[in-house]
Ligand binder design. Structure first.
Ligand SMILES: [Zn+2]
Length: 714
């Protein structure tokens, strides 16, 4: 018999014998975990595989970090025949297209609101192989006076006036902004008001055309013009002769266009004057009637109304060009532009001929699948409706809250760094800080996209889609033109959902006139943003983009706008001079780079805003992550990559998201026209400019990734 006391003692002893080793094992296990917790969930495995598959261990990170991170990616990935590039952005765009395709191919439901019914029908019409609206277009062209090359001797030059044609084109819903573009924009000097701005026209492949008639792409474009005229019924030899005048005219138009450097925001873009004055200086058109015709009756201007002429010099040159060419050439040119804008709505032989040209210009060898073209068409024409359909089905709401926190942290980091900037005097620093505090951030999508009533009301005027694909396009153009000018009649509301980016944009934006950043739902996924993985992945992914967009508010253009989005000079002389000197270092650094694959130099002046944003953005994201580490201790590691420190992994995962492969044709045109440097330089140059990078990878001073001369603005 055991006493009660003995039983208690025995039970206690057994408990101690069992529990003590268990507790010890647990403590040892926890300590081991604290040392290095390797994240083993699916998300981490996926991220890890992607990084490991791309790394090239044979490259020294201090010699060429991009090739160290992306070398194997470049070796083992191929650009699909119908594409011109592959990278993280294109991968997400593909995912989005597939998701949208699923939604658009669902039958029209009874409970679908009208805008959703519209885009589902639009998609179906686009896919319809029977659609051939060539005759409709030919009929329309004839109604408008006819394309001279088709009309031959019947075409009457005396009846032609390009201003009248622009008016008729606008009324018909066809492309009318062939010489003059009249936009309703927020005033540069006063962001509480909108004003009509006179802009130059968009010219596709302009940089090639500028090179003249001997350029390979210019020649291809001439052949395309001839073949399209012939396919539409023109006599070949006449087409060759008349399109020769058209291509010459197009080349001259490209050559008088405003160089990209002169388009960067500055006070030279503010040339506000009354219509009366514009008529005196630029008698190219009767401005009030020309503008009223373009406005389609949405609102009206008179001689005393003010407009802003963005590029006065260009207007003068345009006037001279038009005067020096005969009516037939101008009419041939205008109709050609109109036809090219509508070619995708015509017959298959015309579409095939256009695709043949695009392959020469862009380098892809196959056409995009039809379904993809149709998803893109729907998404381009009604981006907010397509976006609403997407976010209602696919966007995770919790992403919004997590993004807000991340934006807040990186903004704080920017301000902390601002206080350390040596080259700014105190007053300018204070103004910069209040500008940073005033940045408005838009994440994911506007709530109105979930509101049936809001969407239905806004798109009520759109009505039902016509069965004819060409007429559908004209209807959409008419709707968007009117919607655009309606903003002129309403007070400026910088948070207006109708003016926001589509949630399906796989991109991020900073807008000077509203001092705001935009991170659409499209970018908040995959490499850039996710859950359950080490924090360095999000800081290097979306964190870098957040830093980049913040810095845009303080790049060569953004710095010219104050916290309210007005173009006013808030810089002291000495601070401005110091900024320009630092920016010049960046300009020259990129100017000195020749891209060997195509033997073309980066345009340091034109790309300086993006380069300043990259250099500042990576620093802020890095320091914000470092700060996160100091508050939270240790981050997780990725399987197979635990030999790298968390800080090293920040750089590795950032660069990994920018691994990219591009066809030489695309790379060439990008260098001639795009404000962004190629991905290789967007990683290697800012990393080499960072002393933090050099420290984390112990790169010896003087190595390629730790040069003695570094450039830094922010
Ligand atoms: Zn940018």
């Amino acid at each position: 018999m055991t006493t009660k006391l003995e039983r208690i003692l025995i039970i206690s002893l057994i408990a101690i014998i069992i529990l003590v080793p268990l507790i010890c094992i647990l403590i040892i296990f926890m300590l081991a975990e604290a040392e290095s917790e390797i994240c083993m969930n699916t998300e981490c495995m996926r991220t890890s595989v992607q990084i490991l598959d791309s790394l090239d261990y044979s490259v020294d990170p201090c010699d060429d970090f991009y090739m160290f991170v992306c070398g194997n990616y470049l070796r083992t990935n191929f650009i699909p025949e119908d594409k011109t590039e592959i990278d993280s952005f294109a991968k997400i765009e593909d995912l989005l297209s597939h998701k949208l395709r699923i939604l658009l191919e669902e039958p029209v439901h009874k409970h679908d609101i009208k805008p959703f019914k519209f885009i589902k029908t639009h998609y179906k019409i686009c896919l319809d192989p029977e659609q051939d609206n060539t005759d409709t277009l030919k009929y329309l062209l004839r109604q408008l006076g006819g394309w001279p090359v088709l009309e031959g001797e019947n075409w009457n030059a005396r009846k032609f006036d390009w201003r009248n044609l622009a008016h008729k084109l606008r009324k018909a819903g066809l492309h009318s902004e062939i010489f003059l573009v009249i936009n309703a924009e927020i005033m540069l000097s006063n962001s509480t008001q909108r004003i009509l701005e006179v802009d130059e026209p968009v010219i596709l492949y302009k940089e090639y055309l500028k090179k003249g008639l001997d350029d390979k792409i210019t020649i291809s474009m001439y052949k395309l013009l001839v073949d399209v005229a012939v396919l539409l019924g023109a006599n070949r030899s006449k087409a060759e002769r008349e399109m020769n005048d058209v291509i010459k005219f197009l080349v001259e138009l490209a050559q008088i266009s405003v160089p990209p450097e002169e388009k960067r925001a500055s006070s030279s873009l503010i040339n506000v004057m009354t219509i009366n004055d514009v008529e005196l200086i630029f008698p190219i058109v009767r401005w009030s009637s020309y503008i009223n015709n373009q406005l389609l009756g949405v609102t009206k201007v008179n001689e005393n109304s003010t407009i802003n002429v963005l590029y006065p010099k260009h207007l003068k040159r345009l006037n001279a060009l038009i005067i020096h060419n005969d009516e037939r050439t101008i009419a041939n040119f205008m109709f050609a532009i109109v036809i090219f804008n509508e070619i995708q709505y015509l017959n298959q032989p015309l579409r095939d001929r256009l695709n043949e040209f695009l392959k020469v210009a862009d380098g892809n060898t196959q056409n995009t699948p039809k379904w993809k073209d149709c998803v893109d068409d729907v998404a381009n024409r009604l981006p907010l409706v397509a976006g609403a359909l997407y976010v209602r089905n696919f966007f995770k709401k919790e992403a919004k809250k997590n993004m807000q926190d991340l934006v807040k942290e990186i903004l704080q980091q920017f301000k902390r760094e601002l206080s350390n900037v040596q080259w700014m005097e105190e007053n300018s620093k204070k103004r910069a800080e209040s500008k940073a505090n005033a940045i408005n951030t838009f994440i994911g999508y506007p709530d109105e996209l979930l509101n049936d009533k809001e969407l239905s009301t806004y798109y009520a005027d759109l009505g039902d889609p016509p069965d004819n694909y060409l007429l559908l396009d004209l209807k959409l153009t008419n709707f968007s033109v009117k919607a655009h000018y309606k903003f002129l009649t309403q007070p400026v509301n910088k948070t207006d959902w109708r003016k926001q980016h589509s949630p399906i944009d796989v991109n991020a934006f900073y807008e000077s006139s509203s001092n705001s950043m935009h991170f659409p739902a499209g970018i908040l996924q995959d490499n850039f943003f996710g859950y359950g993985r080490p924090n360095f992945v999000n800081y290097g992914g979306i964190g870098f983009l957040i830093g980049h967009e913040i810095t845009h508010g303080f790049d060569d253009e953004g710095r010219l706008f104050d916290e309210n989005g007005n173009l006013v000079d808030w810089w002291s002389d000495s601070t401005r001079d110091a900024f320009l000197e630092n920016a010049q270092c960046i300009v020259e650094q990129y100017d000195n780079i020749t891209v060997p694959e195509v033997d073309i130099k980066i345009n340091g002046g034109n790309s300086q805003g993006e380069n300043i944003a990259d250099n500042g953005g990576i620093k802020q994201a890095y320091l914000a992550y470092k700060n996160w580490l100091s508050v939270n201790g240790r981050d997780m590691s990725l399987p197979g990559l635990s030999n790298y420190t968390n800080l090293q992994m920040f750089w590795v995962s950032t660069a990994n998201s920018w691994c990219s492969k591009m066809r030489p044709e695309k790379l060439k045109y990008m260098l001639l026209s795009d404000e962004h440097a190629p991905m290789y330089y967007r990683i290697n140059v800012p990393f080499a400019n960072s002393e933090y990078f050099a420290e984390d990878f112990k790169c010896p001073l003087g190595s390629k990734m730790n040069p003695i001369t570094k450039c830094k603005v922010w």
